[in-house]
Design a protein around this ligand. Structure first.
Ligand code: SAM
Length: 254
């Protein structure tokens, strides 16, 4: 089992964290792709949802900034179109009938540039359907990581790579960029993790960067300490749960 990663680990993602795209299937229903529609899957990862959109007859492009994820997506679905690019600097111009994004926007820290790029990519009347981590997402996990980092003399805030906006914050950002928010909801989604190593695998996959400045021995110890800190709260009846809270949003380009 890997203990640390400096980038997205597509293999671990597919082996242990398939719940991300399984929950995303409901979002594909909300997208309701129609045959012939041009759709951009933003932060597509290894492409499972890109494929589901394609299966509905839409002409879909998957975009991701991780070379490892795009490599895996191309290997999984060689017939689909995948682009290696950063959402903040992508340069599509009114090319899409919809932008779709599952579990990715909260990793895109230049959110204003991403919102502007999404808006530019959509033709007038086209839609954005997205779900991301929202305000309060993984608050118990973050508290435990921050405590352990602090105890070992490392900073939490300075290395943070995610942001979890409120309904009001993300809606305002979209509206400032010419998108009319039609629906937005922030809701808890406690999420079961896979097996006894579930929380450790989660840390390695989604929180590796908090530990990457540590020497390898300390890194392992610190991850163990986070797991132990969380055990009384998130290890429930023999099952690890992540305290996810999601922001689901639908908007239309004016
Ligand atoms: C948790 S994965 C979700 C993947 C996929 N949407 C799914 O549902 O399985 C988040 C993805 O966002 C991508 N990502 C993060 N920041 C990005 C950016 N600035 N531009 C494009 N993709 C980005 C990551 O590389 C990663 O593949």
């Amino acid at each position: 089992m890997p203990t640390s990663k400096s980038a997205w680990d597509a293999e671990l993602y597919e082996a242990k964290h398939g719940f991300v795209w399984k929950f995303g299937e409901g979002l594909v229903e909300l997208l309701n792709p129609k045959p012939g529609e041009r759709i951009l899957d933003l932060g597509c990862g290894p492409g499972q949802l890109t494929r589901q959109i394609a299966e509905r007859g839409a002409i879909v492009t998957g975009l991701d900034s991780s070379a490892e994820m795009i490599g895996q997506a191309r290997q999984n679905y060689p017939d689909l179109d995948f682009v290696l690019a950063d959402a903040a600097t992508m340069r599509f111009d009114q090319e899409f009938d919809a932008v779709f994004s599952n579990a990715a926007l909260h990793w895109m820290l230049d959110a204003a540039a991403v919102a502007a790029a999404i808006s530019r990519a959509l033709r007038p009347g086209a839609r954005l359907i997205a779900e991301m981590g929202g305000r309060g997402n993984i608050s118990q996990i973050e508290r435990a990581i921050a405590k352990v980092l602090r105890e070992n003399g490392y900073s939490f805030e300075n290395v943070r790579r995610t942001f979890f906006p409120s309904v009001a914050e993300y809606s305002a950002l979209l509206e400032q960029n010419g998108l009319e928010v039609r629906f937005a909801s922030l809701f808890d989604r406690p999420t079961d993790l896979d097996g006894e190593q579930g929380m450790r695998n989660w840390l390695v996959q989604f929180a590796w960067y908090y530990f990457e400045n540590m020497p390898p021995g300390l890194r392992l110890e610190a991850q163990d300490a986070v797991v132990n800190e969380l055990r009384p709260k998130l290890y429930i009846d023999g099952l690890w749960q992540a305290d996810y809270r999601r922001l689901r949003i639908s908007a239309v380009k004016g």
